[in-house]
Design a protein around this ligand. Structure first.
Ligand code: NAP
Length: 331
C-alpha cells in the first residue's frame, strides 16, 4: 500500500498532529509518458502553514482531505517516459506520498554524485536561493556594512548570513538558543549572535552588537524582533522581508510598532518578496552557490528526521525551533 498525508483540519494557532491524517491507498500504475516516483526526502517549510489557512495568498491554499505538497526529492522507480530513466533522482513540488506518478512536468533532475540529495532541498534548493536572491535583489549588502539576520540558524538565515560575510559585511545573527548562537559564530562565521529568548532588551542588544547601526536587515521572523531591529536602522538601509514565522500561528492581527516614521526619517527600503518571482535567476544563482560551496566559502547544516510518519511532527517542530539549518525528512 501507499501511504499519504492529507490536511485533515485547518490548524487554529500552532498546528497539531490531529490536523493531519494518514491514509493508505493503492500504489499508482503508470501509463505511457508517465513515471513512478518514490519519495526520498521531504522538505518541511514554515510557509506551508499559510497554505493550511483558507485565506487568499500568493499561492493557493491546501484543500481539506487532500494530500499536502512541498519540495521533494524522489527517485524514478519505473519509467514510461523518454525523458526519465529508472534510478534517476528528481526535485519538484510533489505530494506527501510514498509513491506518486508524474508526467515529468515541473521536475528537475538532481545529481546524487554532485551533492547529498538533501542539499537540493536546502542550500542548493529553494532556501539557498531565497537567501541569495533576497540579498542580491533587495538587501544589496556592500562591503563594510552591518547586516542583521533573524531566524539566523535556520535554512535561509544561515545561508544569508554567510553570503553577507562573503560580501565583506559585519554580520549579526538572531536565534533562539545558546547552541544556535554558538553555531553562528563558530561554524558560519557570523561576527556576533543574540539569543532572543534570553535577551531582555533586544533593542539595546542589537545596538551593542551593531555599533554602527544596521544597514541591511534580512527578516525571517517579523514581530517584536523585527521591531527591535527597526529601532536601530540606519539611513538608506534595506530590509528584505523574507518571512514572519513569529506571527504565522497568530489567530488575530498582531500589533507592533508603526513602521512608517522609521522608514521615512531614515529613507529605508522595506520590501517583501517571494523567491519564485525570481525563477529566471535560479540557474545563475545555483552556479554561484555551488561555487562557494566548492571553494569552502559557504557551508550548511541540516536537521534530518527519519520516517514518512514523522513529516507532520517535523513540520510542527519548525515552530519550536527544533531545527538547525534545513529541516528535511528522510523517507
Ligand atoms: P528555518 O529558519 O529553517 O526554521 C524556522 C525557524 O524559525 C526555527 O528553527 C526557529 O528558530 C524560528 N522560529 C520559530 N518560531 C519563532 C518565533 N516565534 N520567533 C522567532 N523565530 C522563530 O525555516 P526557513 O525555511 O529557513 O524559513 C525561514 C523564514 O523564511 C520563514 O519565515 C519562511 O516562511 C521564510 N521563507 C520565505 C521565502 C520567500 O520566498 N519569501 C522562501 C523560503 C522561506 P529559533 O530557534 O531561532 O527560534
Amino acid at each position: 500500500m501507499n501511504h499519504t498525508i492529507l490536511l485533515n483540519k485547518r490548524p487554529v494557532g500552532k498546528p497539531l498532529l490531529s490536523d493531519f491524517k494518514f491514509v493508505s491507498e493503492e500504489k499508482p500504475e503508470i501509463q505511457a509518458g508517465e513515471i513512478l516516483l518514490k519519495a526520498s526526502y521531504v522538505s518541511v517549510d514554515p510557509y506551508l502553514r499559510g497554505r493550511m489557512n483558507s485565506a487568499k495568498s500568493y499561492i493557493a491554499p491546501f484543500e481539506l482531505q487532500q494530500a499536502i505538497s512541498s519540495g521533494l526529492i524522489a527517485q524514478v522507480v519505473e519509467s514510461n517516459h523518454t525523458g526519465f530513466s529508472q534510478g534517476e533522482y528528481v526535485s519538484g513540488m510533489l505530494e506527501w506520498k510514498e509513491y506518486q506518478k508524474s508526467n515529468g512536468q515541473g521536475l528537475y533532475k538532481v545529481d546524487a554524485n554532485k551533492a547529498p540529495l538533501s542539499a537540493y532541498l536546502g542550500v542548493l534548493g529553494i532556501t539557498g536561493l531565497t537567501a541569495f536572491l533576497g540579498l542580491s535583489e533587495i538587501g544589496k549588502p556592500k562591503k563594510g556594512e552591518t547586516i542583521v539576520v533573524s531566524g539566523a540558524a535556520g535554512a535561509v538565515g544561515s545561508v544569508a548570513g554567510q553570503i553577507a560575510k562573503i560580501k565583506g559585511c559585519r554580520v549579526v545573527g538572531i536565534a533562539g538558543t545558546e547552541e544556535k548562537c554558538a553555531l553562528l559564530t563558530s561554524e558560519f562565521g557570523f561576527d556576533a549572535a543574540i539569543n532572543y529568548r534570553t535577551t531582555g532588551n533586544m533593542r539595546k542588544a542589537i545596538a551593542a552588537a551593531c555599533p554602527d547601526g544596521v544597514d541591511v536587515y534580512f527578516d525571517n521572523v517579523g514581530g517584536d524582533i523585527s521591531d527591535a531591529v527597526l529601532m536601530n536602522i540606519n539611513p538608506f538601509a534595506r530590509i528584505a522581508v523574507c518571512g514572519a514565522i513569529s506571527v504565522y500561528n497568530e489567530t488575530s492581527q498582531p500589533k507592533g510598532i508603526s513602521v512608517q516614521p522609521f522608514l521615512i526619517k531614515n529613507r529605508v527600503l522595506m520590501q517583501g518578496f517571494i523567491v519564485s518571482d525570481y525563477a529566471a535567476k535560479f540557474p545563475k544563482a545555483l552556479i554561484q552557490l555551488s561555487q562557494w560551496l566548492t571553494e569552502g566559502l559557504l557551508t550548511y547544516t541540516e536537521t534530518i528526521v527519519e520516517g514518512f510518519d514523522q513529516i507532520p511532527q517535523a513540520f510542527i517542530d519548525l515552530f519550536e525551533g527544533k531545527n538547525k539549518g534545513k529541516m528535511v525528512v528522510k523517507i
